[in-house]
Design a protein around this ligand. Structure first.
Ligand SMILES: [Zn+2]
Ligand SMILES: [Zn+2]
Ligand SMILES: [Zn+2]
Length: 57
């Protein structure tokens, strides 16, 4: 069975530029994030730790 489902999308964190695969993403409240830091809103002010991405609170 084939599907045309989108499998990648931008992290839902507004300041994050990472593209995440839905299968790998951290899901929270129906949104997809590249990691726990983004999903939790960067509680410690730390970035997502992805190279070249400077998103944080
Ligand atoms: Zn990022
Ligand atoms: Zn992110
Ligand atoms: Zn982020």
């Amino acid at each position: 069975m084939t599907s045309a489902t989108v499998t990648q999308m931008k992290c839902a964190c507004p300041s994050c530029n990472c593209i995440v695969s839905i299968s790998d993403a951290v899901q929270k409240e129906g949104k997809y994030y590249c990691g726990d830091a983004c999903a939790n809103g960067h509680p410690n002010g730390s970035g997502c730790s992805h190279h070249g991405c400077e998103c944080h609170a």
